[in-house]
Unconditional design. Sequence first.
Length: 367
Amino acid sequence: MRGLASVPSYVVMQPTTLCNLDCTYCYLPLRAANRRMPVSVAAAVAESVNGWAARQRFSVVWHGGEPLAAGREHLAGLLAPFSPDVEHHVQTNATLIDDAWCEFFVDRQIRVSISVDGPRARNDERRGRSGRPAYDQIVRGVETLRRHGIDFSALCVVSDPTPGLATELYEYFLGLGCDVLGINIEETEGLNTRSNAWSPQAVSGFWAELVGAWRRSPHIHLREVEWSLRYAAAVLDGHADQVLPRQLDPIPTIGYDGAVVLLSPELAGFSDPRYGDFSSGNVLTDSLAKILGTAQRAAWVQEFVAGVEACRTSCAYFRFCGGGHAANRYFEHGRFDGTETNHCRNSKIHLLEGVLAHARDQQSSPE
């Protein structure tokens, strides 16, 4: 049975719960509240992280709310306790990016990832609190990044995987100038209760079309496709059993108040009568290293690990998927030891099927 690793590969930190947008599909429960992380929380996290970063590559991902809503001065204070060995990433909706923020990113060597769902017409779900579309603000932020010569990644949510969409999106992001693109099929989780059940043909067709668009102009690192190709190469080399790490990455998320939630950032801020608030401790009272050392005792974590083992014995895609995500199990099944979810169908099973379908089509096509 795979347990949790005692040292994660990265931590997620919530500098503020506040977001200046109110996207339709957002899962966050406190995005209208401005609850900022005290510097004491960041300092407590840094006590463990700095030691890990001295021995291995290690990242801190600042993810809100909208991290830039915390303000430059406050975010600078949160960054200060971390050693130069720590890599910093920020996931932002880009609407607040200006020249001063770009100088901040460059000075502190922060890697930027922006959220945008494609061309203007595809961004109706991304709106400000007044209800007005945020697309023009997003584009201004991206143009500012480009003017400063800052490389950036992009994250796109797909709410309706229809034919033609994948090609449209890929061509858009080529023009946008990002160097890495991640595609998230919309998930049912947190406050977003909309169904994410799509036909297998539609989703696998979307992924196959995306591979085709990428192969015609492979100038972006396409996250999901590269995952799939690495796995396929491992299978062909006879090393598929070595793709997954021996232990599960605990992926600790540090809430604004120092509470530590493991395995899925999407669980932060939620609670359940059976499991409590999903917190495994607080860095203001115990070190992050100590919390991770005892985290597997939590009933819901044990239930999740049992669910992963159930996937191992029942799913042909396990070596690629690794057992799915805790939040998707909980928000789709109401518990953690269920197996297949719509999310794993959309973003793992049908992803791999789409990549393989494209490969078969290419093989059978005449020269």
